[in-house]
Design a protein around this ligand. Structure first.
Ligand SMILES: Cc1ncc(C[n+]2csc(CCOP(=O)(O)OP(=O)(O)O)c2C)c(N)n1
Length: 631
């Protein structure tokens, strides 16, 4: 019976006519379908489960696409997608050519602004609201932001601005106490106080009723109460911080009670200027295993619906695992090592570190910029900080790394995880720019391991180096399965020739070294002898090794999981230009485009970075006359 309701509706328009009981039925259908699909495809389940009622309340109150709803980060946008015409396509979620896991205007007119990186929704809502006003139009603009995303500095910049210019817009604060793991910071504690103290709401209501009953002086009393800073109003008013920023605050309201949310939205709509509605939800709501372990179900691969257990079989440890264990060992020996994360403790492999060394561990919230400067200052104070962060999110801290770290030559280690093609999360999360943006910074050194064992050595080498910041970039992947040896300090700035040859030199950086090696093996059977260099260092380059072998082979192919513009291959071209070496160079990497979603293997093939493509490109480069076959 239940499955019949949504399929009979024209979404989202028909939601407006549904009563509360029907909306609750719809919520059950959305939950069930969403959970089943994520069990098959993997995805961000817990956050999406938490906002099912909120999405229904919003779509039955407002009219999308006329009214604009911006979901911050957008990992929780699955219910929104399901309610806005993407029900049938939903099983393609995160698959090659299928629905994106994040809101995407190119995918639907109901996604007014692309999201993926955190804390942008209030700025985006403000911009759309002002554009509306400039055009003299009349529609609602709504930002839905989580308490985790609210730890990002941008959201405060936007609140500050929106309150100041009194923009007509609505911010929904979706407070589930969680970022990916438990939320951190004093803002989180503040929300906790509002949430957990029912007397706030009761007192506020009683106070307002009371003073409004006093003829003539009621209003005056409120305003004099408002003048007593730190006094009555702070005691009585929840959300006073937002009020001080110029927002009218409503809440907290139970985010799983559709009628209550709709009711509060109705009140909020009567206000002029910026309004914030504080909605309290439970991450993972409605799926027992996600409720019990919301962190595990934040972003999860395919799992067994009946018991919530991931389907993936045991495989080689990931680069992230190896980084985490190696760091732990090194930190046991060196008390100066401190580790930082921007709300990605587990994702970056720092969980065990945080448990063993709570005093040497900093989760700064979703605040990559602050993280980079904090790490720089820790280094200035003679600690040895490692900031473990995904390549795509480190983009946020470009200026801090340049200005605070590099300019002062501070020995911060940047453990740049998820560098290269990342797979199903798609274009907002690809780590394809770090070689370019880091390489341009004076004093920055960059390493890229070809396997997980080399990652350990690079970490040891980075801690040994005092001359400035070091970035180590590694992929979102399992390791190649190589035996892990005791970490050694690598010769600084030196690459490694891993195969000899005279027809072609392949120079690969990082994760693509193995594919380059496999391709060279295939080339050998065509009679083409390719030399292969594992660059190890993207900066400084091993000039001697590269120049001597480029001279011998007369043809050079570079490979990198990065955009070609300004990347590793560009650095080789620059080297040849500086040294006056004239050899044909072919660069493999990502062109001037954004790379979408699919499995990592699919997307590597799409970008011509898999073994087969490297082989084809090399054949094409050397030309048919070079193909001799092996006799
Ligand atoms: C700039 C940036 N850093 C890190 C992330 C990774 N990330 C995705 S969701 C998330 C937690 C968001 O918490 P919250 O906003 O409370 O949403 P919830 O998942 O709890 O619903 C993080 C850290 C990101 N998307 N963008």
């Amino acid at each position: 019976m239940i499955d019949n309701l949504i399929s009979s509706l024209n979404l989202p328009d028909d939601l407006e006519g549904l009563d509360t009981a029907q909306l609750e039925k719809a919520a059950a259908e959305v939950r069930k379908y969403m959970t089943r699909t994520v069990a098959d495809n993997g995805g961000h389940l817990a956050a999406s489960l938490g906002v099912v009622e909120l999405a229904l309340a919003l779509h039955s109150t407002y009219k999308s696409p006329r009214d604009k709803i911006i979901w911050d980060v957008g990992h929780q946008s699955y219910p929104h997608k399901l309610l806005t015409g993407r029900w049938k396509q939903f099983p393609t979620l995160r698959r090659l050519g299928g629905l994106c896991g994040f809101p995407k205007p190119a995918e639907s007119e109901h996604d007014p602004f692309l999201t993926g990186h955190s804390s942008t929704s209030i700025s985006a809502a403000l911009g759309l609201a002002r554009a509306r006003d400039h055009h003299g139009d009349d529609y609602k603009v709504i930002a839905v932001i989580g308490d985790g995303a609210l730890t990002g500095g941008m959201s405060f910049e936007a609140l500050n601005h929106a309150g100041h210019i009194k923009a007509n817009m609505l911010v929904i604060l979706n407070d589930n106490k969680m970022s990916i793991s438990s939320n951190v910071g004093s803002m989180s504690s503040y929300l906790g106080r509002i949430r957990s103290d029912p007397k706030y709401s009761r007192l506020k209501r009683d106070f307002e009723v009371f003073v409004n009953k006093i003829p003539l002086i009621g209003k005056q009393l409120i305003s004099s109460a408002e003048r007593v800073k730190g006094g009555l109003k702070y005691l009585l008013m929840p959300g006073m911080l937002f009020e001080e920023l110029g927002f009218t605050y409503f809440g907290p309201v139970d985010g799983h009670n559709i009628a209550a949310i709709k009711n509060i939205l109705k009140q909020a709509d009567k206000m002029n200027g910026p309004v914030i509605v504080h909605v309290v939800t439970e991450k993972g709501k409605g799926y027992h295993f996600a409720e019990k372990s919301p962190e595990a179900f934040h972003g999860i691969g395919p799992f067994d619906l009946s018991n919530g257990v991931p389907l993936k079989k045991k495989q080689n440890p990931t680069y992230t695992d190896v980084f985490g264990s190696a760091l732990l060992e090194m930190a046991r020996e060196n008390p100066k090592i401190v580790a930082l994360t921007a709300a990605m403790t587990s994702g970056t492999g720092l969980k065990k570190f945080s448990e063993e060394f709570p005093d040497r561990f900093y989760d700064v919230g979703i605040a990559e910029q602050h993280g980079a400067t904090l790490a720089s200052a820790l280094a200035a104070g003679k600690m040895r900080p490692v900031f473990a962060v995904y390549s795509t999110f480190l983009q946020r801290a470009y200026d801090q790394i340049l200005h605070d770290t590099c300019l002062q030559k501070l020995p911060v280690v940047f453990a740049v995880d998820r560098a290269g093609i990342i797979g199903e999360d798609g274009e907002t999360h690809q780590g394809l720019f770090d070689l370019t943006y880091l390489r341009t910074m004076p004093h920055m050194s960059i390493m890229a391991p070809a396997n997980e064992d080399e990652l350990q050595h690079m970490l040891k080498t980075a801690f040994d180096y005092e001359g400035g910041p070091v970035a180590i970039r590694y992929p979102r992947d399992k390791g190649v399965g190589i035996e892990l040896t005791a970490p050694q300090i690598l010769p600084w700035g030196k690459g490694e020739l891993i195969r000899q040859g005279e027809d072609l030199l392949i120079i690969a950086a990082g994760s693509v070294v193995n594919s380059a090696l496999e391709a060279s093996e295939k080339l050998f059977w065509q009679g083409i002898k390719a030399a292969v260099i594992n660059a190890r260092f993207v900066k400084p380059l091993d000039e001697e090794l590269i120049l001597s072998w480029a001279g011998k082979c007369h043809r050079v192919m570079t490979i990198e999981e990065n955009v070609l513009a300004g990347g590793f291959g560009s650095s080789i071209l620059e080297l040849f230009e500086q040294k006056g070496l004239r050899v044909p160079v072919k660069r493999l990497g990502v062109g001037d485009c954004f790379v979408g979603h699919g499995t990592r293997a699919e997307m590597l093939a799409c970008c011509s970075l898999d073994t087969e493509s490297i082989y084809d490109e090399a054949l094409d480069f050397v030309g048919p006359e070079a193909v001799k076959g092996v006799t």
